[in-house]
Ligand binder design. Structure first.
Ligand SMILES: NC(=O)c1ccc[n+]([C@@H]2O[C@H](COP(=O)([O-])OP(=O)(O)OC[C@H]3O[C@@H](n4cnc5c(N)ncnc54)[C@H](O)[C@@H]3O)[C@@H](O)[C@H]2O)c1
Length: 315
């Protein structure tokens, strides 16, 4: 079957990951419909309208009638729509529950068993890992924040149905037309470029990272290798990027020598994230990330020239 006859529905397709994923799927020849409520007033998908098999619906992924209609035509569904991150979920607890979990339940009740579902989860669900022990997909999930709890619950719902894959994504970094500066690498590089310094809290806490282009690539890999991969979760991160925040700062300093950083007890991670992750399972399926952390830092450095905002300053 050619890609053009396959229809993909992406909820949250105008977000940080979705804005690149949508474009790449269209370039691969798929027909793509994006459902997004554009809550960040993003215009990141405008260049996708050159593809005639692209359609956007401005709407809410919690709208049962809308989902029923949209799901009918889809061969593959990628539900990215969510309130993403612990802080935004704390600020809107009802929205977090209804968007991150209830909407996924609703979607799963509307799908027929043969329709394929590819779902992203945060690997912050691993919470506080055991010292020097790698978390595999069999490690129990112990999410702490509401964000982590809703995503992990949603993953259970997704994996209970036939024809689903879940990707437990490391913290994503890199440039996207709908940029997120709140993600750790993006944030530290932003401070390195604009302030030349960061104050780090919980500097020894470790986590895993993955570039946004490799994140998009893993969804493509999941589509093409679906039969081999279905019914399982997969950790997705860089094997050589299980790094503490201080190690990340050193990596940034290698690229931006003027960058300085200090450690101070100024805050805490709501998710208590401190773990190292094994990505062996996804690598065994033939997936190979292409973007190193260093290459991503260099990309951010070059791209931030555009984002600098001097609107309210004369210098
Ligand atoms: N970025 C990461 O590091 C990361 C890591 C792990 C998992 N994920 C998962 O990947 C997915 C996408 O994350 P992202 O980084 O692109 O975040 P994002 O916030 O940029 O994207 C979310 C998108 O969902 C849309 N949206 C929110 N509520 C909606 C609703 N009720 N109806 C329709 N659209 C709605 C937003 O407008 C936005 O376009 C999320 O499910 C997130 O949990 C992301």
């Amino acid at each position: 079957m050619s890609n053009s006859s396959l229809h993909i529905l992406i909820t949250g397709g105008a977000g940080y990951i979705g804005s690149i994923l949508t474009r790449v799927l269209l370039e691969q020849g798929f027909s793509v419909t994006v459902l997004d409520n554009f809550m960040y007033e993003q215009n990141s998908l405008l260049d996708c309208f050159q593809f005639e098999n692209f359609r956007v619906i401005r709407g809410d992924c919690r709208d049962e009638n809308l989902i029923r209609q949209l799901v009918k035509k889809a061969d593959i569904v990628i539900p990215l729509a969510a309130l993403v991150g612990a802080r935004v979920c704390e600020r809107n607890r009802v929205g977090a529950q209804s968007t991150n979990l209830d909407a996924i339940r609703l979607l799963c009740t509307q799908l027929s068993p043969s329709q394929r579902l590819l779902f992203p989860v945060t690997n912050s669900g691993y919470g506080i890992g055991e010292k020097d022990k790698c978390c595999t997909e069999d490690t129990p999930l112990r999410p702490i924040s509401l964000y982590g709890v809703t995503k992990v619950e949603a993953e259970k719902v997704v994996l209970e149905r036939e024809n689903s894959i879940s990707f437990r994504l490391a913290t994503v970094f890199g440039l996207s037309p709908r940029m997120r500066l709140d993600l750790l690498v993006n944030n530290f590089v932003w401070h390195a470029v604009t302030d030349r310094a960061v104050v780090v809290f919980e500097g020894h806490f470790k986590r895993n990272f993955i570039h946004i282009r490799d994140t998009v690539k893993v969804f493509l890999h999941g589509i093409y290798q679906f039969e081999l991969m279905k019914s399982r979760p997969y950790n997705v991160g860089l094997e050589d990027a299980n790094l503490s925040k201080l190690e990340l700062c050193h990596a940034i300093q290698k690229v931006i020598p003027s960058f300085v950083f200090f450690e101070s007890p100024i805050g805490e991670d709501v998710d208590k994230r401190n773990y190292i992750v094994s990505n062996a399972r996804i690598l065994q399926t033939g997936f190979k990330p292409e973007w190193s952390l260093e290459r991503g830092i260099k990309e951010l450095l070059r791209g931030y020239v555009i984002l600098q905002n001097r609107f309210y300053s004369n210098i």
